[in-house]
Design a protein around this ligand. Structure first.
Ligand SMILES: Nc1ccn([C@@H]2O[C@H](COP(=O)(O)OP(=O)(O)OP(=O)(O)O)[C@@H](O)[C@H]2O)c(=O)n1
Ligand SMILES: C[C@](O)(CO)[C@H](O)COP(=O)(O)O
Length: 225
């Protein structure tokens, strides 16, 4: 099943404390964003990549794409203040009636098998996301660091990207969120609000998001494997 993908790279990477957008950090001599884009470039089912960047970093991204030419990156789109704004800008630039994926540029280890399971689920159900069951005990903590409750773990999943939707569903969800000023931390939360069921597809614990410096240690270990 073919799909289009929106790859997000317009954040600042503040928690990474690298002094540069974390997308430019090199892993085995190649920038993180190139690792991520290459997964989709090599996937025959991926028809087009919309790369969403910060306008101020245009020159850097254009130079990178000269060094690493990626024929599926046909258009670069400028992102917005929040992640959700960046997704919306990517969405209005995407021309499809089929399946659209949204993926964090900072998740370079997504595998083809996970992508294909996800796309098949989205084609069948309309909306699907990848995640993994949580491994830790989860507690709700209130004032003065006092534990309020231990949350039942068996139904808790840690959510990743990519997330995949029929284009019209994701667009409706975004339009609705914009009307009401709702800000979610992922696309599925917007889709849940318009009462479309979202299917959870089991992903992979290695599909980490590079967020804080410790994640780079893990990233190097994953690459060396
Ligand atoms: N306005 C924004 C904010 C985030 N992102 C992208 O969304 C993904 C996931 O976000 P996150 O890990 O929070 O990245 P940053 O916002 O860059 O990190 P931080 O919050 O630490 O600044 C990243 O690939 C990031 O580039 C984006 O395209 N536009
Ligand atoms: C979409 C996401 O990657 C799912 O885990 C995550 O919610 C992005 O969150 P962040 O607040 O931008 O780190």
């Amino acid at each position: 099943m073919n799909y289009h993908v929106i790859v997000l790279a317009a954040g600042q990477g503040k928690r990474m404390k690298a002094g540069i957008n974390k997308q430019f950090i090199e892993l085995e001599g190649k920038p993180v964003i190139i690792h991520t884009l290459s997964v989709f470039e090599k996937d025959p089912h991926c028809q087009e990549i919309k790369l969403v960047i910060n306008e101020k970093e245009s020159d850097i991204f254009h130079k990178l794409l000269t060094v690493y030419p990626l024929k599926k990156v046909k258009e670069i789109v400028f992102g917005g203040k929040e992640r959700q704004d960046s997704v919306y800008n990517g969405l209005i630039a995407t021309d499809t009636k089929g399946i659209v994926l949204v993926h964090d540029g900072a998740r370079p280890f997504v595998s083809n098998s996970v992508i294909h399971r996800l796309v098949d689920a989205a084609a069948k159900e309309g909306a699907a996301i990848v995640g993994v069951p949580v491994k830790d005990t989860i507690k709700k903590v209130g004032h003065d660091q006092l534990v309020e409750e231990t949350v039942e773990r068996s139904s808790l999943w840690s959510v990743q990207t990519p997330q995949a939707f029929r284009f019209d569903i994701l667009m409706n969800a975004h339009e609705e969120a914009r009307k009401t000023g709702y800000q979610g931390t992922d696309e599925a939360s917007l889709v849940e609000r318009i009462s479309v069921p979202v299917k959870m597809v089991e992903g992979d614990y290695e599909n980490i998001k590079l967020t804080t410096p410790e994640d780079l240690i893990l990233a190097k270990a994953i690459l060396q494997k």
